[in-house]
Design a protein around this ligand. Structure first.
Ligand code: MG
Length: 257
């Protein structure tokens, strides 16, 4: 099942996709809901980010080839950092190139979407009960600032640096799926989730032992090799087998008077 969040006639709705139509849901997608009969053509809606998280937890260096391409060792434990919820944008929205940076990179990633509160999960917990599904994510990074600063906050947290979407796929088996990133239509990243150093069940349990996860929270599971810069005017697509394609474009910052 593919769950979309969208704006239609000034209302923000969740809906389930069937062919080219969205069927709105009543209630919470995380708990109980009913699917309404009225169908809305997907071409008539504005897609929104599929979740409104309380936090976005990201893994760094979770694919060996990517750790190597930036000259970093493979971590012995998951390397975590946060992006603020204010960085979230949805499909077709602009990634704003900040004036503070001279190099911003795409990082195509698989995002895990949390289904319900998770705190101190035990080993061998039924992890599927805590995951509603998966989405495409772009961990946009100001690479020059990441190298300059001691930690990642500035480089990872600019507004618009967390594109996510287009939907939550609830049926995906994330174990061994293809992840591709295209820059202006050209393939620049091609990886498979089977090459993740830390796997999803372990990651969910590990993070839950640090911070309480809430419904809608996002865990971005790291990027494969092939990261590179984007420029104003570029279009970037993160495509994950079974989920779909998250498309965004890069725009220069508009200074406010
Ligand atoms: Mg990343």
């Amino acid at each position: 099942m593919k769950i979309f969040r969208f704006r239609y006639r000034r209302r923000v709705l969740y809906g389930i996709l069937k062919e080219e139509f969205l069927f709105p849901v009543k209630g919470s997608i995380f708990r109980n809901y009913k699917i309404e009969d009225s169908a809305i053509p997907i071409s008539d809606v504005n897609l929104l980010p599929p979740v409104v998280p309380t936090k976005i937890i990201c893994l760094g260096r979770n694919y060996q080839e990517h750790a190597e391409e930036l000259g970093n060792p493979v971590p012995a434990e998951p390397l975590l950092f946060l992006k603020p919820p204010s960085a979230i944008i949805g499909p077709q929205q602009a990634i704003i190139y900040p004036g503070m940076s001279q190099r911003i990179d795409y990082e195509g990633e698989l995002a895990v979407i949390i289904k319900k509160k998770a705190k101190y999960l035990a080993e061998n917990f039924p992890w599927q009960d805590y995951v509603i599904g998966y989405s495409c994510f772009n961990d946009v990074t100001a690479r020059d600032l990441q190298l300059k600063d001691v930690q990642f906050t500035r480089a990872k947290s600019f507004d618009t640096f967390a594109p996510i979407g287009p939907c939550i796929d609830t049926d995906l088996d994330p174990e061994a799926i293809q992840l591709k990133t295209f820059l202006n239509g050209k393939l620049v990243q091609s990886g498979n989730t089977r090459n993740m150093i830390f796997k999803i069940p372990f990651i969910v349990q590990y993070v839950s032992r640090i911070m309480t996860l809430e419904a809608g929270d996002v865990i971005a599971t790291g990027t494969p090799a092939g990261v590179g810069p984007m420029n104003p005017g570029d279009r970037v697509d993160v495509q994950i087998e079974g989920i779909g394609t998250l498309s965004n474009f890069v725009k220069k910052i508009e200074t406010r008077r």
